[in-house]
Ligand binder design. Structure first.
Ligand code: ATP
Ligand code: FE2
Length: 330
């Protein structure tokens, strides 16, 4: 019986998840939102500081366990916003020292992929990971998670949120843009930028921001159709290149039903499987950190691969890259 507590705090969400023997027992969170304007890292980290005790308590209550029963504490070590990561790392270190529990550092992007793989019961998928700050096409090859394609500028979620801000909508913008897009009909001219498996969003963002005399509905429709087609094309190329036949979606933008539909049709046409975990596991959450913590815990305790973190080595890694991570668990 192994129980892992996972703490997430890379950006807007403070999450605490508990995984016991590969079952998610709790996945509690508090997410910082705004009515107008984007997310300020320091304000978000203040929010995390305020919410952390309550989120942790709720997770333990929901799982029906005491902190003393936890075997290890995992936390999102990077990448993410420095001030936000600091609060999660601080909380994890404090609990680790106070209750004498080993500490596990988790890469946030890999946690998105691994919870996706776990929840959709896929073996060796390509992950289309589309969140606020990140847009990457990741797959496992020769001992590492490699990035086959990625955004050359901003993450797709940030681009959508920036355009939402331009329209006077608050954060997060994705759901509001989706709602408007569903009422749009006219496809406007817009730049479509893809190079191999890499994509770029700043051109279309500037272009849309300059449009006058068109409805927000048509602009949002054009945004979604263009940007999601780029992501679908890049994913198809990655499937062909890696010769894999499973695609898993991850990250908050994957909540979008039009992106899900486009990737599903593409996969059907090439007889591949396309799966999306439930929304709870797409957005940032603590359970994915606990889940990935469990994989690393088992690699350390059963295979002698990898190490628990000492306090000295537990500093945050705001710029950690997916392909920097040693994969000890596969
Ligand atoms: P990262 O994983 O890079 O740290 P993040 O913390 O911003 O980024 P998530 O919680 O995975 O990531 O995703 C948040 C993003 O998802 C926001 O940009 C939000 O606008 C977007 N989003 C949420 N729902 C939808 C939707 N229905 N359509 C499009 N985008 C959406
Ligand atoms: Fe994320």
């Amino acid at each position: 019986m192994t129980t892992i507590l996972g703490i997430e705090s890379t950006a807007h969400t403070f999450g605490a998840g508990i995984v016991k023997d590969w079952t998610v027992k709790a996945n509690e969170k508090a997410a910082y939102t705004t009515e107008k304007g984007g997310i300020h890292p320091v304000l978000a980290s203040n929010y995390h500081t305020e919410k952390a005790p309550e989120v942790l308590k709720n997770a333990l209550t929901k799982a029906g366990i005491k902190i003393e029963e936890v075997d290890a504490i995992a936390f999102s070590q990077g990448p993410g916003l420095g001030p936000c990561l600091t609060i999660g790392a601080f909380t994890a270190r404090y609990l680790s020292l106070k209750y004498k529990k080993p500490l596990i550092g988790v890469n946030h992007c890999i946690a998105h992929l691994e919870i996706g793989r776990g929840m959709t019961k896929t073996e060796d998928p390509v992950l289309l990971y589309t969140s606020g700050a990140n847009t990457q096409i990741i797959a496992y090859q020769e001992g590492k998670y490699r990035v086959f394609g990625e955004t050359l500028d901003t993450g797709v979620g940030n681009m959508i949120d920036t355009f939402a801000r331009h329209l006077g909508l608050g954060f997060p913008g994705g759901p509001k843009i989706q709602e408007l897009a569903s009422k749009g009909k006219k496809m406007l001219k817009a730049p479509y930028t893809i190079k191999g498996m890499d994509v770029s969003f700043s051109g279309i963002l500037t272009h849309l921001e300059r449009i006058k005399n068109e409805t927000p509905e048509d602009m949002c429709f054009t945004l979604q159709e263009t940007v999601f087609a780029m992501l679908t094309e890049a994913s198809e190329r990655a499937l062909a290149h890696t010769e894999k036949n499973e695609l898993v979606l991850g990250g908050g933008v994957a909540c979008n039903s039009r992106l899900q539909e486009m990737t599903r049709i593409m996969c059907e046409e090439r007889k591949a499987v396309c799966k999306t975990p439930t929304k709870e596991y797409l957005l940032d959450n603590g359970a994915m950190i606990a889940w990935q913590g469990m994989q690393q815990y088992e690699a350390i305790t059963k295979k002698g691969k990898g190490k628990f973190l000492t306090i000295e080595k537990s500093q945050i890694k705001p710029y950690e890259r997916t392909d920097d991570v040693e994969v000890s668990w596969r």
